[in-house]
Ligand binder design. Structure first.
Ligand code: ADP
Ligand code: ZN
Length: 724
């Protein structure tokens, strides 16, 4: 049976080998042993039940708490040619019927449901007459009160199990401490329980923490490194999210906000834009991320401190699910800690203690001088494999042990004291450095004992030191006037009872070794393939990554395959996707190769290329031009769609491509009927084309309040460009 699983892996999903543990987990499920899977985000949990689902005769139920995630999974499965259905409270009656029909007819291999939907009598009735072979519980930590996301309806799933006595149960989660694991097994009554725990170490994530000094500047500086690449910026408060999103948008970034304070519709729309690569950056509160499966998130920036290590880990876990490198930066400030402490103070007593312990663990993680993976993995009960990971700031900075900075700190604190604990750092520094400035003289501060005792450090260094004092809680700042005052801890230092370790100069924000990585694929072709992918995805109304993940496009741009056989060797290309999309991608690659001479000359493939034939053997012209010629001969769009076995919209997209590449289209050939639109809608469409351009339909779709379907937009765009 495992052989069958391997064939599905290759032929349907187009992956070459199983990831760690996948094979064992699949084998275990096929032997009908209940299985608990603890694997980090991006580890490849879905495949663990999606493959057995295609081998079992009966249905596989997948319980998942997030409706948007279910939809996404179903879309991705269908793109692979695997039939799946979804049932939840948001479906319209018609859709609901269609989905139940897929289940009763036995076409659907998998059925995704929200827990409350599964518990509904009508669902249980529907399933009573059907053979269910596997009950999968995704996000299984929701069962446990010890987890960070307890959901009461999950508890009742245990009872549902008894209704499907022959079904094997798979429980999956990305975050589970040993305590939560125990809880899941106990609650689901796993008897022959088999637990598979993958390492929590996400090796492709680069972890970095820097002191937060000027967060907006730091954010922009960071974003510069990821042109065109997807990422999330997390803030604590909704207001901050709105503000930052606005400022970034004003600075020219393609960005949207996301938080629980937005209207449902707007939230959904923003999420969709992000998933479909129509916007680059999501600025969000922790409300964002649970429901998304986007594999090509290249960075996560924590603008503010998360509440604890679990949420931090979960949030950074959204980056790099595709296994390619991703960067996680946290801006750390002691001010944020005070804010979190304040929140914690509002909780009830026992909760307060737990939250406090969690927060302290996070602070320890942020302050550590050792490899970041040390405290992180230990927190999840795992022993780090090596003392240094080579993929965190502490491992790559060449950080020295901190210096003893007690003396300058004492000087600074005394000067704060002598000037009356009323002034900001600027004035204190002037006094320390013996400034002759008017204010210093007027206030008589040039006669203080601390006047001029700090000439050994530059102004900048003193400023940095003042922040260190704030961060270490030696100084507090008046929130209104910015005046600095001493805290009780400061007296300990001034009296020489406590030393201070730290640095006098900020670490460089970017570890120098991590410039943009040398790409071993052709960036220009990659860009073109991305545009093609976006077009195809929009036409099908699915996210681009459901067409192919980034890695597939990178491999195409590295190996330049010229044949279907060549494509099949690439990551993520299975039979169905090859049939559906292969030709379009091959056309683009061939065109590119023809333009740049032979295939081999352009790429420096990192590994033996599966197919590197030069482009000279090209059989046909590019498909879109072929279609344009046929169109100009008078072949209708409907006819072409039939001949090429694609949707009419795809034909329209090809015609559009030909047109923008300068191939004139004959206005005599009739285009499909215009959809019925109100006068206002017509004006809005035209106005939107003028304002937003016609290159990409995603932004137009959003600007038109999602009222006009993509299919219609394709037609309207072509007519607009042709003036017919
Ligand atoms: P999880 O649910 O654990 O967060 P997913 O199941 O979403 O992770 O998988 C993450 C990504 O890895 C997906 O894009 C998936 O297609 C890919 N993937 C999973 N298994 C493999 C494999 N054996 N080889 C290559 N890619 C894989
Ligand atoms: Zn490290």
């Amino acid at each position: 049976m495992i052989q069958q699983a391997e064939e599905i892996l290759k032929n349907i999903f187009g992956y070459r080998t199983f990831r760690p543990l996948q094979r064992e987990i699949i084998a275990n499920l096929l032997h009908r042993r209940d299985t608990l899977v603890v694997m980090p985000t991006g580890g490849g949990k879905s495949l663990c039940y999606q493959i057995p689902a295609q081998i079992f005769t009966g249905l596989t139920l997948v319980v998942s708490p997030l409706i948007s995630l279910m939809k996404d999974q179903v879309e991705q499965l269908r793109a692979f040619g695997v039939e799946a259905a979804v049932l939840n409270s948001t479906l319209a009656a018609e859709e609901y019927r269609r989905n139940t029909a897929l289940v009763t007819s036995g076409e659907a291999r998998l059925l995704y449901l929200a827990p409350e939907t599964l518990l509904m009598p009508r669902t249980l009735e529907l399933l009573a007459g059907i053979r269910v072979d596997c009950l999968t519980i995704d996000e299984a930590h929701c069962i446990s009160e010890w987890g960070h996301d307890f959901r009461p309806e999950y508890r009742q799933l245990a009872a549902v199990r008894t209704r499907f006595p022959q079904a094997v149960c798979a429980a999956l989660t990305a975050t589970a401490t040993p305590r939560v694991q125990e809880d899941i097994r106990a609650c689901l009554r796993f008897e022959a329980s088999n637990t598979f725990i993958d390492s929590f170490d996400r090796k492709n994530l680069f972890l970095q923490i820097v002191p937060k000094s000027d967060p907006f500047r730091q954010t922009r500086h960071f974003l510069k490194r990821f042109p065109d690449q997807s990422g999330i910026v997390y803030c604590t408060a909704r207001r901050q999210v709105d503000e930052l999103a606005e400022r970034l948008a004003a600075a020219g970034y393609s960005v949207r906000p996301y938080h629980a304070g937005l209207a449902d519709e707007e939230r959904r729309c923003n999420q969709e834009l992000f998933i479909r690569d129509d916007i680059q950056i999501m600025v969000a509160t922790i409300a964002f991320g649970m429901g998304i499966n986007k594999p090509n998130i290249r960075f996560v920036l924590h603008h503010d401190l998360p509440m604890n290590i679990e949420s931090y880990y979960q949030q950074i876990g959204r980056a790099g699910r595709d296994g390619l490198p991703a960067h996680c930066l946290l801006l750390f400030s002691y001010g944020d800690i005070r804010k979190i402490r304040f929140f914690i103070g509002q909780k009830a007593e026992p909760e307060q203690r737990v939250a406090d312990i969690h927060l302290n663990a996070l602070i320890g993680f942020a302050e550590t001088e050792e490899c970041r993976r040390g405290p992180l993995l230990r927190y999840f009960g795992e022993k780090p494999a090596a003392a240094a990971c080579g993929a965190c700031d502490n491992c790559t900075n060449g950080k020295k042990a901190p210096d003893d900075i007690t003396i300058p700190v004492q000087k600074f604190l005394s000067c704060v004291r002598r000037t009356g604990e009323r002034f900001g750092a600027g004035h204190v520094i002037d006094v320390l450095r013996g400034s002759q400035g008017q204010r210093v003289v007027q206030l008589g501060h040039d006669r203080l004992s601390t006047y001029g005792i700090g000439t050994e450090l530059s102004k900048k260094e003193w400023f940095f030191l003042s922040r260190v004092c704030l961060q270490k809680g030696l100084l507090a700042q008046d929130p209104e006037h910015g005046g600095l005052r001493l805290t009780p801890e400061a007296w300990e230092v001034m009296r020489g009872r406590q030393n201070v370790a730290g640095r006098l100069w900020e670490e460089r924000e970017d570890p120098g070794s991590r410039g943009p990585e040398r790409r071993d694929f052709d960036e220009e072709l990659f860009g073109e393939l991305r545009i093609l992918r976006k077009e195809l995805a929009d036409a099908l109304e699915i996210p681009p990554y459901a067409v192919f993940p980034d890695r597939t496009l990178m491999e195409m741009a590295a190996y330049l395959p010229q044949t279907e056989e060549g494509l099949l060797h690439l990551h993520g290309v299975g039979r169905v996707k090859l049939d559906r999309f292969g030709r379009d991608f091959l056309d683009t690659i061939r065109e590119f190769c023809a333009l740049h001479g032979t295939g081999q000359a352009v790429a420096t493939a990192p590994a033996p290329a599966p197919d590197k034939r030069p482009a000279s053997g090209r059989a046909r012209g590019p498909r879109h031009l072929e279609i344009a010629v046929r169109f100009n001969e008078g072949t209708s769009v409907a006819r072409l769609a039939e001949e090429y076995q694609v949707k009419e919209t795809t034909i329209l997209a090809h015609l559009h491509k030909a047109l923008v590449q300068g191939f004139p289209l004959d206005k005599q050939t009739p285009l499909p009927e215009l959809p019925h639109l109100s006068e206002t809608q017509r004006t809005a469409v035209k106005e939107a084309f003028q304002r937003l351009g016609t290159e990409r339909l995603g932004p137009l779709f959003a600007a038109l309040n999602r009222e006009i379907a993509y299919d219609d937009l394709h037609l309207l765009r072509l007519r607009y460009l042709l003036g017919v």
